[in-house]
Structure formats: C-alpha cells, structure tokens
Write a protein that binds this ligand. Structure first.
Ligand SMILES: Cc1ncc(C[n+]2csc(CCOP(=O)(O)OP(=O)(O)O)c2C)c(N)n1
Ligand SMILES: CC(=O)[C@@H](O)[C@H](O)COP(=O)(O)O
Ligand SMILES: [Mg+2]
Length: 624
C-alpha cells in the first residue's frame, strides 16, 4: 500500500479509495489538522467544516465522484471536500484573492458540481440533476448534504416536496448538529432533536419491525402489535414525516463513526427512490475551542485582521446598529427585533440576551421573517428587521407584495452592503440599492459615517409612513467627519451639502462620501474647485439640490458602493435629463459583473473605489 499524505501534491481521490477502511480515521485527523492550520491563518468556516470531515471521507470513499454528484448545501462546510478532491496544497490560499474559494466553484474543480453560498438550495439542485439523469439515461448517484439550519429554509422543503414526488434515486443526508450559526431554532429543530435522543423510540421501532417480520397470517399477535402501534402512534407518526413525503428514512447515525456510516451507506446506496439519511455530528469536531463555542467558531477572522486590530479600538457599523437598537428597544416597548438566523452577525444578540420577549429568530427564512415583520407592523408594532443585504435578496417578493404594497412601517437594516471580502460573490451586498429603488413606497438611506448612522436609525424609529431601510458595509465604520453641524437633522429626502465647488460636484452615497471628500481635497490642491453632496437618501433623491448643484458645476460625478445598473447614478442621470441639464457625467460604482472573493480593502481598490483611484480617474476624465 502506497504511503499517503494529504499534503502530498499527488494525493488524489483515487488514492483515498485505495486505502484500507481502518486507515480512514487517521486521514480524518490529518485533514482536520490541515483545516485548522489554514483557517487559523486565513480565517473561514472552521467549525462547520470540521464537523463533516468523516462524512466527506466516507462519501468520496464509497461514491464514484465526480460522476456521482455530491451537492453541498451552502458549501461553507466543504473544506474537507476541497482537500480530498485534489486541492490539498491550493487549500492554503483559501479565501485569498485569486485563491481557493470558501464555497464551491465549478471553475475551480469538476468535483464542485453545484455552487452556493446562500442556504437551502441543495435539495432542489438534486432534483434538477435527477431529472437530467433520467432524460439522458445515465446511472450516476446523486447525494445532497444539508444542515439542520439550512433545513429551516422554506426552499429546502419545496425541494423535498419535488423529490418525494419524482421518486428518483436521490440520497439526502441531513447533517444535524443542532446548530445554525447560532443554536438552531424552531419546531423542526426540536423534532430532529427528539429523533436523536429518543432512544426508546428507536429501540421500539426496531422491536415492532421484528415482530411484524415474524408475524404469520392468522396469528393472534396481530392484536398485540396493533396495541403497541397504537400506544406508539404519536412517536412513530412523527418519525415518519419524511417517509410520508416519499422518502425512505434512515438513521439517526453517528456522523463521526466512519465504520458505521460506511456500513449504512453501503446498505442503502442501491435502494432505488428518494432516501434521507439522518446523521448527527458535533460542530467543530476535533478542535476543542470550536467544539466548546461553535457559534463564535462558525466563521473566524484571518490572523492578519486579528493582529492588525488587536490594539485598535474599532467601531463597526454592526456595533453602531447594535447599541442604537438596544437603546431604542429599552425605551420603546413596541420595538420588536427580528433576525433570520444571524443574531451575532447582525448585532441583534444584545436583544436576544436582554429583551428576549421582543426578539424573534425566524430561522434561515428571510421570506418568512419579512412577512412576520409586516404583520407585526400592521398591528402597530415597530419591527426592526436586520438582514444582510445579500440575504434580503431572498425576500424580494415579500418586500414588494407584502411590505411595500401594504405600505407598512417595517424598518430594515441591511448589513454587509457593498463588497464583503473573503466570502465572495454569493455574499457581496451589491444589489440592494437597485432592487430597493425600483419598489414604490420604500424609503432608503445610507449613512456617510457612524454619527450619521445613529441619527438615521433614530429617524427610522420615528418614521411611521411606510417601510424604510438603511444600508451599511461590513466592518469598521467611517469616523465622523466634515463640518456636519446639522447631523442630527435628518429630514425626509434631504441630502447634505458638505462642500461647494464650481468645477466638479460629487454626488456621493454612504461609504463613498468619505472617498468623495478626500478626492475633493486632492483636486483642490490641483486648483480644481470640487463640491461634495452627501445624498443620504437613496430614495427619494433630493431632486431640488441635485438640480441646483448640477447647474452650478461644469462636471458631475456620482459615487455609490453598489452595482451601477439601477443605482443612484442612473437615478441622478434621469433627473438631470428630465431637467434638460446636459453636462459631462461620470457614474462610479461597482460595474455590471460579479466580484470575486478576496480581502475587502483589496477588492475596494481593484474596483477603483478608493480615493486615489477615483482621483486619477476623474482627472483623466476631466481632461478628455
Ligand atoms: C439565505 C441565507 N441566509 C443566511 C445565511 C447565513 N448562514 C450561513 S451558514 C448558516 C447556518 C447553517 O446551518 P446548518 O445548515 O445547520 O450548517 P452548519 O453550519 O451547522 O454545519 C447561516 C445562517 C446564508 N448563507 N444564506
Ligand atoms: C456561510 C455564511 O453565509 C455565513 O457564515 C457568512 O460567511 C457570515 O458572514 P460574516 O462573517 O460577514 O458575518
Ligand atoms: Mg447545523
């Protein structure tokens, strides 16, 4: 037998399949070490990935991947999959610009058969692959792995519903670790828990099956079995939820017992039709700190970021939101805080801990969270809904059909707006400016700095005419700057003139106001008089001041931290066109393409959004 090392450049998935079963545990240890070492340096989803190392080995050991398709839900737990599928060395570049992605990427490997980043898509994807397999007369296997958290997302159930009716050969593996990012919530979570812990149920089910097997026609035992079944009805019927949907249910099985998993998967592999295998695992398995605190070790920061910020007192936009919402909620009993499974990331943890009666975690169910908030607002409550920009995309229809159409005063806090960094294109919050601008009735804000953000949150709290949103980026908040004597006076639809200038005027939004301000100072040094207008509102735009300033300037530049199609730049262009103002206009923002993963500041620069790049671009453009 060839000696193996997972870091050996030539180690391949074929080598794994040649290993004796009793060597797999050692391999699991080696893979865990590699994951721990790399994530300590680069950051990343350490706990979810450590939890499924054993399962990943078993799947690649038993199945003929990539012909047999393994679909990972989210993909944040797929580090072992990457390492096993011939990327062990490259894994050292995890989440670096140009390096290995933190999620699945088809262009990275043919083993990454389906890309994700948002949860709960793996079951519907399996349905698509199963239909394709049938239409093309293929025989490959299809396996989806979904976490208990991801199974709180409605689309997962839509997928189950479809596969159950298709009756195709698909194996869904439910990886149950009782954790979403935070402890998992909701009825299903309790239900799974019961299935794992209810040993009586498991034992008795086996007993009943044994009795049934030995039963002969006309046997008096029929009465006896019926009585047992009757008394167990509740439990057995509950356990049969997946079976009623058309799946054969197996488990629960210890997801760290490689031999047991090999055993059961070998047994069920060739059973036709939809199957669900329930495994239970420990998030963070093999790394003590992560096992003890899986919530904080769900995803960790890169070492570099940690050491850079060690002695710095930084205030993040999330901190500003968190402290402000807490202050407001303490005083106002009508405030209800709502998250879709992200109490930590959004900063709502403080409400969970201090005002639990007015804290709702809807699960990974953005659509449901938005509808719930809408009904609460209708009843006179003040829902503060905190959802990342990227995840609110899931609830686009609810924003239109429920909230905006009924014009209820729901307050939305869109964290991670703009480029988030290492998570990459599935997570960048690039589209909210465009997708919210097109919806009637919704007022939207973006703060230029932390002080303005506080003022805006208080403005939102008092605003009761309809839905209102605010967007802010991931990470450190811009420190208060500018004259800004009137910062407390946020008035509906009014922007703020920060600086006047006749040569060029910058209409800047949110995070970009600071850059515009710096560029204006650089231009002043070149003798170019530059004005800066802080838009404050994405919608409604301050038409009056925009027209006035545009008329009094020779050049116009718009700046936003979001994708440009449908953005504020386009909004300003149309205001100017409507008013017959024809001047040279430059729209700056994120171009109409997906942005790769990498360090946040680096991406900001690559996109040309930093003041140096803008300055150079504007100077060239003015001279063209
Ligand atoms: C639509 C959507 N909302 C929120 C998230 C953020 N998120 C990523 S992983 C995760 C928890 C997933 O839990 P589970 O599926 O049980 O996987 P585990 O991390 O426990 O292995 C959440 C909430 C997301 N990726 N997609
Ligand atoms: C996998 C996933 O979707 C989350 O874990 C996400 O990576 C969190 O992002 P933040 O680190 O910005 O909270
Ligand atoms: Mg989980």
């Amino acid at each position: 037998m060839k000696k193996y090392s997972i870091l050996d450049k030539n180690f391949s998935v074929e080598d794994l399949r040649k290993l004796e079963e009793n060597r797999l545990e050692k391999l699991a240890g080696e893979i865990r070490d590699h994951i721990i070492n790399v994530t300590q340096k680069n950051g990343g989803h350490i706990a979810p990935s450590l939890g499924v190392v054993d399962l990943t080995i078993v799947l690649h050991y038993l199945y003929n991947t990539p012909e047999d398709k393994i679909i990972w839900d989210v993909g944040h737990q797929a580090y072992a999959h990457k390492i096993i599928t011939n990327r062990a060395k490259e894994f050292e570049t995890l989440r670096e610009y140009g390096g290995i992605s933190g999620f699945l990427k088809s262009k990275e490997s043919k083993f990454d058969v389906y890309e994700a980043g948002h949860t709960s898509t793996s079951i519907s994807a399996a349905a698509g692959f199963a239909i394709s397999r049938k239409l093309s007369n293929k025989k490959n296997k299809i396996i989806s792995i979904i976490g208990d958290g991801a199974l709180t997302g409605g689309v997962a159930f839509e997928g189950l519903n479809l596969i159950g009716s298709l009756k195709e050969d698909v194996l869904i593996i439910l990886n149950d670790n009782e954790m979403s990012i935070a402890p998992n919530v909701g009825g299903f979570s309790k239900y799974f828990n019961k299935m794992i812990t209810n040993k009586i149920y498991l034992k008795t089910k086996k007993e009943v099956q044994k009795i049934m097997k030995n039963l002969k026609m006309g046997d008096n035992l029929i009465d006896f079995v019926e009585r047992i079944e009757e008394s167990l009805k509740n439990i057995v019927i509950k356990g049969a939820f997946f079976e009623d949907l058309g799946f054969e249910y197996f488990g629960p099985v210890d997801g760290h017992d490689i031999n047991e998993m090999i055993d059961i998967i070998n047994k069920i592999k060739n059973i036709d039709g939809p199957k669900l295998l329930h495994i239970y695992t420990q998030k963070g398995k093999g790394f003590e700190k992560a096992e003890k605190d899986p919530e904080n070790f769900h995803g960790i920061s890169p070492k570099k970021d940690k050491s850079e910020n060690k002695n710095k007192k930084i205030t993040k936009y999330t901190d500003v939101f968190s402290s402000e919402v807490y202050k407001i909620a303490k005083k106002d009993k009508e405030v209800v805080a709502i998250t879709a499974a992200m109490p930590n990331g959004t900063g709502l943890k403080v409400i969970r801990e201090n005002i639990p009666e007015r804290y709702i975690d809807a699960g990974i169910a953005e659509q449901s969270a938005v509808i719930t908030a809408n009904a609460l607002a209708k009843e006179g409550y003040k829902p503060f809904v905190a959802i990342y920009s990227t995840f609110l995309q899931r609830a686009f229809d609810q924003m239109i059909h429920d909230v905006a159409l009924q014009n209820n005063p729901v307050k939305f806090f869109l964290d991670r707006a703009g480029v988030v960094g290492r998570d990459g294109p599935t997570h960048h919050g690039c589209f909210d400016i465009s997708y919210l601008r097109l919806i009637p009735n919704i007022v939207s804000l973006a703060p230029k700095d932390s002080r303005e953000m506080r003022a805006m949150i208080n403005f939102m709290h008092k605003y009761s005419d309809g839905p209102i949103t605010i967007r802010y980026p991931r990470g450190e908040a811009v420190k208060p700057f500018g004259e800004d004597k009137n910062y407390k006076k946020i008035k509906m639809g009014e922007g703020e003139i920060l600086k006047e200038g006749e040569d060029v005027v910058f209409f800047a939004l949110g995070r970009m106001v600071k850059e515009a301000y710096s560029v204006s100072e650089m231009l002043e040094e070149d003798g170019i008089s530059a004005g800066v207008f802080n838009l404050r509102f994405i919608k409604p735009l301050d038409r009056e001041k925009i027209i006035k300033l545009a008329r009094s300037s020779r050049f116009i530049v718009t700046l936003e931290y979001g994708n440009m199609p449908g953005g504020v730049g386009e909004g300003i262009n149309s205001i100017l066109a409507e008013n017959g103002i024809s001047k040279k206009i430059l729209n700056i923002g994120i171009p109409d393409e997906f942005v790769e993963h990498g360090q946040q500041q680096k991406l900001f620069k690559i996109l040309g959004l930093d003041s140096e790049s803008i300055y150079k671009r504007v100077k060239t453009w003015m001279n063209d």
